[in-house]
Design a protein around this ligand. Structure first.
Ligand SMILES: [Mg+2]
Length: 265
C-alpha cells in the first residue's frame, strides 16, 4: 500500500518527531494532515517512567500539541494490559518507580513490592529508585520460584547530560548475570505495541506504518508485527548502518518534512 493511502501512523517520539524539547520541522503539519485525511497517529515509546497523562501534558506544554491519553502506547501501558490479561487479580511483584506502580494499578494490575503468597509474576522496569534491597528481593524470587519474569523495555541505557545512565535492560542484565534467568520484554522490538494500536484504532496492518529513528527497536518492531516501516535519519540510525542492517525498513527519509511530502502522493 502506498504512503498516501496509509491511515495508522505509529511514531516513535524522541529522535523521530522531536529531539529533546524541540519538535522537528513539519512534525506538527504531518500530524494534522494525517488526521485531516481520516487517519490516526499513535506514539509508541519504550520510556516507562512517564504515564499516558504525563505525555498528554508534555505534548501540550512543551510541543503545543493536543493529544489524547489513548494515543500513547508506552511500555508501562502495554505491560499493564498484558499482565492484567494474563494474571487477572493475582499479585505482580514490581521492581520499578512509584509512577510505574501507579500506572499498573490504574489499569487493574495488583502491583506489589513485598512477598505475597499469590504472586504470579515479576516485572522489572526502568527504576530510578533502584536499591540493593530490591535487587536482592528479585534475585531471591528468580531463584526460589518458577514465576515468569517480565520487563518493560530492553533498552540498555538512556541519555543523560553527561552521557548515559542504566535503563531497564541494564538492570535486567545484572539480574541475569546473577540468576541465569532471562526476562520477556514487552516494549519495542516486541510486536505487542503495534498489535495494540491496530486493535484499538480499527485499522488494518496494511494501512499501518511504523515510523522511527532506530533500526533495532522501531524498525524491528514493525517488522516483527508484519507492517510497513519508515526510518527517519533524524536521530540514531545512520546511512552506513542502513546499508548493513538486518532490519530493513520499507521506506527511509532524511527528515520529517520529506516523509510529509511523500505521504501526499
Ligand atoms: Mg527514538
Amino acid at each position: 500500500m502506498k504512503l498516501s493511502e496509509k491511515k495508522l501512523f505509529l511514531f516513535d517520539i524522541d529522535g523521530t518527531l522531536a529531539v529533546g524539547d524541540e519538535l522537528l520541522p513539519e512534525s506538527r503539519e504531518l500530524l494534522d494532515e494525517i488526521e485531516a485525511r481520516g487517519g490516526q497517529s499513535y506514539f509508541i515509546t519504550n520510556n516507562s517512567t512517564r504515564s499516558q497523562e504525563d505525555y498528554v501534558t508534555r505534548f501540550r506544554e512543551v510541543f503545543g500539541l493536543a493529544a489524547r491519553p489513548e494515543q500513547f502506547a508506552t511500555s508501562s501501558y502495554v505491560s499493564a494490559l498484558a499482565l492484567r490479561e494474563q494474571f487477572g487479580n493475582a499479585s505482580v511483584f514490581v521492581v520499578g518507580t512509584g509512577s510505574l506502580i501507579a500506572e499498573l494499578r490504574r489499569f487493574g494490575v495488583n502491583a506489589v513490592t513485598e512477598w505475597r503468597d499469590d504472586l504470579a509474576a515479576l516485572l522489572v522496569g526502568y527504576d530510578s529508585s533502584l536499591t540493593y534491597e530490591k535487587l536482592c528481593a528479585a534475585s531471591e524470587l528468580l531463584q526460589t520460584t518458577a514465576l515468569p519474569w517480565f520487563a518493560t523495555n530492553p533498552d540498555l541505557r538512556c541519555p543523560a547530560p553527561f552521557g548515559f545512565i542504566p535503563d531497564c535492560g541494564a538492570i535486567c542484565h545484572m539480574l541475569t548475570d546473577t540468576t541465569g534467568r532471562h526476562p520477556h520484554y514487552f516494549g519495542k522490538p516486541a510486536r505487542r505495541m503495534v498489535d495494540l494500536c491496530i486493535e484499538q484504532s480499527g485499522f488494518t496492518p496494511e494501512q499501518t506504518l511504523v515510523v522511527g529513528d532506530r533500526l533495532y527497536t522501531d524498525i524491528a518492531c514493525g517488522i516483527n508485527a508484519g507492517v510497513d516501516t519508515c526510518l527517519l535519519l533524524t536521530g540514531e540510525a545512520t546511512l552506513d548502518e542502513l546499508r548493513t542492517t538486518i532490519y530493513r525498513p520499507t521506506y527511509c527519509f532524511e527528515t520529517v518534512a520529506a516523509l510529509r511530502r511523500a505521504c501526499k502522493f
